[in-house]
Design a protein around this ligand. Structure first.
Ligand SMILES: Cc1ncc(COP(=O)(O)O)c(C=O)c1O
Length: 313
């Protein structure tokens, strides 16, 4: 288990006392590394709700060293998400190795370092993230160098990439509906989805690129704003994108929606979630069923006292 805070640590210690075998844990620690990503998805700086504050580590290691049934084998950090710079990934191994040395002073032998995820992907043409290979090399060379400096054996290295593995493997296909031109201001085109299937634009002001899939080679002739179908003015899928003239019934495809879309999807406005298919060599197979209106009300209950049992009327 990755243990994030004192309550989890104390609860795990109590469970360990009752268990026949020792419980293996990792401690999540806040690395205090600033990344130039969107503030909401920075998880590693010191003012963070995630993990133990490094200032508390002496107390944490002392507590752990007094628990014979707790076997602390690893340290865990996650510096944030959608990170384009390699520097934070270069810095992290050095920071984690310091914690490892600190644990050693309390007789705790750390054999695993979990560096989390965070590698960014290309949502728009101006995004320029490092490759997975560059990220892996940066982290593993950083660990190697830090261990060499302190004459430590190499730990088992664990990583938790999410977005970079699946983000660009997926697209979202919307059907274009109405359009509205506000003279001198902008043209909106409406689609049959939005913040319930992709909450990233309204949550992080994320940018995306899109195409009109049924007229791929048509030249882009207009700048439009793609509006979602929900009751928030902020439900905008893409602001100011160059597209061919879009007509009702067109298929607007938004790129790179494989990560933090379905997993963050909601039933905002009680909109059912869309289906998903996996496509290979021109054939598609269903991997997620489209939600139905019956699905949306399956957990609704009517309290007995609100049901009329009076059959005389
Ligand atoms: C602890 C932890 N590990 C890994 C990840 C995956 O991050 P990413 O998708 O940026 O690679 C996250 C995402 O928030 C996380 O919270």
């Amino acid at each position: 288990a990755s243990v994030d805070n004192w309550l989890e640590l104390q609860t795990t210690a109590q469970l360990a006392e009752q268990s026949s075998a020792p419980i293996r844990i990792m401690l999540r620690v806040t690395p205090g590394i600033e990344c130039h990503t969107h503030e909401y998805i920075q998880t590693g700086h010191l003012d963070s709700k995630f993990g133990f504050d490094p200032e508390q580590l002496d107390a944490v290691f002392e507590f752990v060293s007094q628990q014979p049934k707790l076997n602390c084998i690893g340290l865990h950090a996650h510096i944030g998400s959608q990170i384009f710079e390699l520097q934070p990934h270069t810095d992290l191994p050095g920071v984690m190795t310091q914690w490892l040395l600190q644990a050693k002073q309390y007789g705790i032998s750390i054999t695993e370092l979990d560096v989390g995820g965070g590698l960014g992907i290309r949502y728009t043409q101006t995004d320029d993230p490092p490759s997975i290979e560059q990220w892996v090399q940066t982290v593993s060379k950083g660990i190697e160098a830090a261990c060499q400096t302190h004459n430590l054996p190499l730990p088992k290295l664990i990583a938790e990439p999410g977005r970079s593995l699946i983000g660009s493997a997926c697209i979202t296909a919307y059907t274009v509906g109405s359009s509205k031109t506000v003279p001198g201001i902008r043209t909106y085109i409406a689609v049959d989805g939005g913040m319930s299937d992709n909450p990233r634009p309204i949550t992080y002001q994320s940018s995306y690129e899109a195409i009109i899939a049924n007229r791929l080679s048509a030249p882009a002739t207009q700048t439009v704003t793609v509006a979602g179908k929900h009751c928030e003015s902020g439900d905008i899928v893409i602001k100011d994108i160059s597209l061919p003239e879009a007509m009702a019934g067109d298929t607007l495809v938004v790129m790179a929606t494989g990560a933090y879309n379905y997993s963050m999807a909601s039933n905002y406005n009680r909109v059912p979630r869309p289906a998903a298919v996996i496509v290979q060599d021109g054939s598609a197979s269903l991997i997620l069923q489209r939600e139905t209106y019956d699905d949306l009300i399956q957990y609704d209950c009517i309290p007995d006292h609100l049901i009329s049992h009076d059959h005389t009327h």
